[in-house]
Write a protein that binds this ligand. Structure first.
Ligand code: SF4
Length: 99
C-alpha cells in the first residue's frame, strides 16, 4: 500500500494504527511531510526531520513506511531517497532472517 503525495500526513491504516495516536505530526499540516516536489526546500526537509527526531513513535513510523513501501514524503525521519536505500537493506535482512 502506498499513499498519494497529497493524502493526509498520516492516513488511516489497518496496520498498527495505534502508534499514530502518539505521532508528533498529528497536528501539523501534510505539506511539511508531503511537500510539492516543485516547491520542496531543504529547510522544509530539515523542519520535518527535526519534528521526527523528537517523535516518540519514530521507529514504528519508519517500520510502517518500510513494510508498506511508502514512496512519498517524510516518514520516520527519512526522505524518499533515504527510505529507498533503507528498504533495500531491510528487505535483504528480512530474507536472511527468513532463511
Ligand atoms: S516520525 Fe515523523 S512522520 Fe512519523 S509519526 Fe513521527 S513526526 Fe510523524
Amino acid at each position: 500500500m502506498t499513499t498519494d503525495r497529497k493524502s493526509s500526513c498520516r492516513p488511516p491504516s489497518r496496520i498498527g494504527a495505534r502508534w499514530r495516536d502518539y505521532a508528533s505530526c498529528r497536528s501539523t499540516g501534510s505539506d511539511l511531510f508531503f511537500p510539492d516536489e516543485s516547491r520542496i526546500s531543504l529547510e522544509d526537509i530539515v523542519a520535518a526531520k527535526t519534528l521526527c527526531g523528537e517523535c516518540p513513535v519514530k521507529n514504528a513510523c519508519l517500520q510502517y513506511a518500510l513494510e508498506t513501501k511508502q514512496e512519498h514524503g517524510i516518514w520516520g525521519g527519512t526522505t524518499e531517497e533515504e527510505r529507498r536505500r533503507l528498504r533495500r537493506a531491510w528487505l535483504i535482512s528480512r530474507r536472511r532472517k527468513a532463511g
